[in-house]
Design a protein around this ligand. Structure first.
Ligand SMILES: Cc1cc2nc3c(=O)[nH]c(=O)nc-3n(C[C@H](O)[C@H](O)[C@H](O)COP(=O)(O)O)c2cc1C
Length: 127
């Protein structure tokens, strides 16, 4: 599936939190963000913005390998087997410490030191 549409959009509208995985030289690295942070910044079909307070290792990983994978889920969305649906989001990401996207994030999250800009390439369903 290309882009955040349909049932994956529904999951993103309800997920409490989102796992964020990058690849390091020492293996995978997983961090997270809150669903309401991402919703506050506006989700489009192709792009997600995530406020960065920490994410130093994530930033170092992305500087070497821009691939990123996100995973979210919600019991409030019906899946194939009952209540509960998940959505995997694959793409690439960059961290901006200045510019229009950073300004938009800083206006809502004054603690943010940067913005993680995720370019969505593939979306998969789970459950
Ligand atoms: C549910 C949840 C939400 C989080 N939200 C954020 C967030 O929005 N921004 C952020 O920088 N760190 C967030 N964190 C902390 C990160 O997962 C991570 O521990 C921290 O940023 C350090 O990242 P690093 O290991 O890449 O240096 C969150 C953690 C959890 C468990």
């Amino acid at each position: 599936m290309a882009g955040i549409t349909g049932i994956c959009k529904e999951v993103l509208e309800r997920t409490e939190w989102i796992a964020i995985a990058t690849a390091g030289t020492d293996g995978p690295h997983v961090v997270a963000t809150w669903g309401d942070y991402v919703r506050a910044l506006g989700v489009t079909q192709e792009e997600l913005l995530i406020p960065v307070g920490g994410m130093r290792k994530t930033q170092a990983n992305l500087a070497r390998d821009a691939r990123i994978e996100l995973l979210c889920g919600s019991r409030q969305v019906r899946g194939t087997h009952g209540p509960g649906k998940g959505c995997g989001i694959m793409g690439t990401a960059v961290i901006h410490t200045a510019g229009a996207k950073f300004d938009a994030v800083k206006a809502k999250f004054p603690w943010a030191r940067a913005v993680l800009v995720v370019k969505v390439e593939t979306v998969t369903e789970q459950l």
